[in-house]
Ligand binder design. Structure first.
Ligand code: MLC
Ligand code: AMP
Length: 494
């Protein structure tokens, strides 16, 4: 058995509230019976250990029961997002080749997009199910954008998920008395593993918001003890706060100050935003650094000194180095690449032995993040090594994937996508396009967003499109993105 499933098995009779969501509320006992129903149905449906199961549900009890059910069945959960357009679900499903899919009743019309026989989790009768799963087996595959046009499936084992949940529950002292307000998307590590599984590990209650709705989050914060967010959410919360009258601002400040813990991750938290949260609540958010492939690597302490502008110190069980260009450990304060080793590091990319091999050096996972380590061991992230990886609102985006989608436009001869620093999104996605001679099509930002929306999730669409005469290229024909930024009078990144 696995540590996480073992722990959940001990909660199979727990009357404590596990979830409060749009599609209902349930105790641990009810949640695990529903998860058992899903696991049993998958096994009855012929699922073999290690086979992939696509998961397409709105956030809610059905999503969580489905996810846990796949884990219990020995299958590999492949969470897809209701935000994804048809073309993206079909492309990811072609890559994942799921044996079965679990598609929520409200999304039943999309079941065919997964290319697999679909079960509706709401229709599966609860039952007791005893998992027979080994720690080393795969539990989940998450699609992550990278320096190739197509997202890659990152494979996470039960050990990865158990280690992470246990580590974070310990580090953040999460207990059954906590109530986590959860508004993160459920197709990425932050929402699934860092937030949801950590809370379930500790038998805490999770309030799953159907989406990030600023007003509703402010309303619900007063009954939560823990809030986990990406920096853009903090920015959006302040935008909404600033629009309120004095009384409402005071009452919201009281709600936020009542939280035991507010964390930030997935992108850099601007120091000014951290300080505003401190003014409001008395403490800066606990900032931590993570990645789909490694889980949370470093975190500021719950009780010790939180240093704004840093992501804290490596978590126990995480070995973290900052490696200079010569491949040795960088001196304190000197920049280098963050490399990580330990039980939370993933098992590799699905059917991409080449990419997996390229991601490791001597057994260390190479994050592509540039950072310094100070003498006290605090990690400060300076930026990323690749210009083609952007972070907008906490989502990792591949410039190449967005370029590929725009290149399908008949009036676009050439295109390059760059990230530009932005107070709300962290980075804004700007596309420079070259018009095909003779074409008169509308290449405005709105027109290109509408065009690309059929191919890409809404958060991948360019915030801005600029028509240029040509793209600056070097002698090898590679677009010079720093020069392009300068030509567009966009500030340099980092
Ligand atoms: C929404 N939009 C975005 C966007 N999010 N555009 C660019 N980047 C984004 N991140 C678009 C919408 O489609 C919409 O377009 C317009 O912006 C306004 O949408 P909204 O719904 O009002 O935005 P909002 O709800 O405020 O969304 C912001 C957000 C969301 C922060 C809630 O982006 C989000 O959930 N981000 C979390 C990403 C995440 O979980 N990353 C974790 C990766 S794991 P239009 O055209 O309709 O106007 C990881 C490891 C780790 O990184 O360490 O955690
Ligand atoms: P993802 O691939 O979506 O899991 O995103 C992981 C990436 O997010 C990391 O490689 C970092 O670039 C970035 N990231 C996560 N947390 C932080 C943070 N606290 N500060 C800066 N960057 C972060």
């Amino acid at each position: 058995m696995t540590a996480l499933l073992d722990r959940l098995a001990t909660l199979a009779r727990s009357p404590r509230p596990a979830l409060v969501a749009e599609d209902g509320a349930c105790t641990y006992e009810a949640l695990l019976a529903r998860a058992g129903g899903v696991a049993g149905a998958l096994v009855d449906g012929g699922l073999t250990p290690g086979a992939r199961v696509a998961l397409l549900c709105e956030p809610g009890v059905a999503w969580v029961a489905s996810f846990l059910g796949v884990m219990m069945s020995g299958g590999v959960a492949v969470p897809l997002s209701p935000l994804h357009p048809e073309a993206e679900i079909r492309a990811l499903s072609r890559d994942a080749e799921p044996s079965l899919s679990l598609v929520g009743a409200s999304l039943a019309a999309r079941a065919a997009w997964t290319g697999a026989p679909a079960l509706a989790p709401e229709a599966l009768p609860p039952r007791a199910f005893e998992p027979r799963v080994d720690e080393r087996e795969l539990a989940m595959m998450l699609y992550t954008s990278g320096t190739t046009g197509r997202p890659k499936g990152a494979l996470l084992t039960h050990t990865n998920l158990s280690t992470q949940a246990g580590l974070l529950a310990d580090a953040w002292e999460v207990t059954r008395d906590d109530r986590l307000l959860h508004a993160l998307p459920l197709h990425h590590l932050h929402g699934i593993s860092i937030a949801l599984l950590t809370a379930l590990w500790a038998e805490a209650t999770v309030e799953l918001a159907p989406r990030f709705d600023r007003r509703r989050i402010w309303e619900r914060l007063s009954s939560a003890t823990v809030w986990m967010a990406v920096p853009t959410m903090y920015h959006r919360l302040f935008e909404d706060l600033d629009a309120q009258g004095a009384d409402e601002r005071r009452s919201r400040a009281r709600a936020a100050a009542g939280l035991r813990l507010a964390t930030s991750g997935s992108a850099a938290l601007p120091v000014g935003l951290a300080e505003r949260w401190r003014e409001l609540t008395g403490a800066v958010p606990l900032e931590r650094f993570g990645m789909t492939e490694i889980g949370v690597g470093a975190a500021n302490p719950l009780r010790g000194e939180r240093r704004p502008g840093t992501v804290g110190v490596p978590l126990p069980t995480v070995s973290l180095r900052v490696v200079d260009e010569q491949g040795g450990d960088a001196a304190p304060g000197e920049p280098g690449e963050i490399r990580v080793r330990g039980p939370s590091v993933f098992a590799g990319y699905f059917r991409r032995g080449d990419a997996t091999a390229a991601a490791f050096a001597d057994g260390w996972f190479c994050t592509g993040d540039t950072a310094t380590l100070d003498p006290a061991g605090y990690v400060k992230i300076l930026g990323r090594t690749s210009v083609d990886i952007l972070k907008s609102g906490g989502y990792k985006l591949s410039a190449l994937e967005i370029e590929e989608a725009l290149r399908q436009h008949p009036a676009i001869a050439d295109v390059a996508v760059v990230g530009v620093e932005d107070p709300r999104w962290g980075e804004r996605v700007v596309a420079a396009v070259v018009r095909r001679p003779g074409s008169e099509a509308d290449l405005s930002t709105q027109a290109l967003r509408e065009f690309a929306a059929a191919r890409l999730a809404p958060y991948k669409l360019p915030h801005e499109a600029r028509v240029v005469d040509e793209l600056p290229r070097n002698a090898l024909g590679k677009v010079q993105k720093p020069a392009l930024r300068a030509a567009l009078s966009l500030p340099a990144r980092g």
